[in-house]
Design a protein around this ligand. Sequence first.
Ligand code: AVJ
Length: 334
Amino acid sequence: MHDRITGRPSAHATLAFYDDQHPPAGDFLADVLDGFSRTPKQLTPVYFYDAKGSAIFDEITALPEYYVTRTELAILDRIGPELAALAGPGAVVIEPGSGSSVKIRKLLNALSEPAAYVGLDISGEHLEAACQEIAADYPALQVGAICADFTQGLDLSHLPLESGRRIIFFPGSTIGNFEPNGAHALLAGFRRAMRPGDAVLIGADRVKDPATLVAAYADAQGVTARFNLNLVERINRELGGTIDAGALSHEAVWNPDFNRIEMHLRADADQQFDVAGRTFQLREGESIHTENSHKFTPDSFTSLAKSVGFDVLHTWSDEAELFSLHWLEPSAKA
Ligand code: AVJ
């Protein structure tokens, strides 16, 4: 297996290693056909992020109603010195789903002499570009890249990594996209890759008044509506779908039974459409469930972490308690 660290010197000249774990490409068509065959119809949010969806998501992060990104960034700014003290010098920062380069830069800038940064993403192209930019801007840092699916666990054992304390950085409340079983499995995958003394720094959005939450996912300018609709437009573009996106309405609802915001696309009228030769019906008022964004309380997050074998050593929030960052370490008894 070790020969998959190819080095490929010309393409990856600035990276210390490029480890292609060959994640199976998500099967967009199979997942869409499966989701449309269910009652209620559903789609998985992983397919939001094509080039167009990623660009719209960047717009979302700047919306007045979407407090998530700016609040997390402000917390990161504030706690930099504490993070530096907790991590100590020589830390190895691992970022599953290496997304926003703004956040990782804040962390790297805050730490004292970090030894290495390892980006991990399912999309090799995106990953390589992001890691090379980090490598160019942080010449003292060992920068590596792993092309893998972080929901399948982290396989770090064979990597030529610096020996420092490893910090898994998982910001943005991406954990909220997973149902409880999936969130548990994801954290358990992180846990298995960790040694004593390693840590996870993870962002988790908080339960708050439903009006604030709904506004964050149904903004006045309709940017989140475009983000949601892009998913069915992508099905039309890439899978030859015939969905009438103009007859679907974006909806964000708070589901108090599961402490989550749900995004739906609700049919304004009956429609029949095809995807890859299969025909589906949508009745007026029927919805396609496109995303869950689970919200946490400090207690609910702590019990999730504990159930995986982590202690929550620190929880930081903004003054309004909109968002939290948590510092997890493997619990002694686990
Ligand atoms: C990237 C999953 C954290 O749930 O807030 C933003 C995605 N969806 N607006 C979130 C999202 C609609 C976002 N996460």
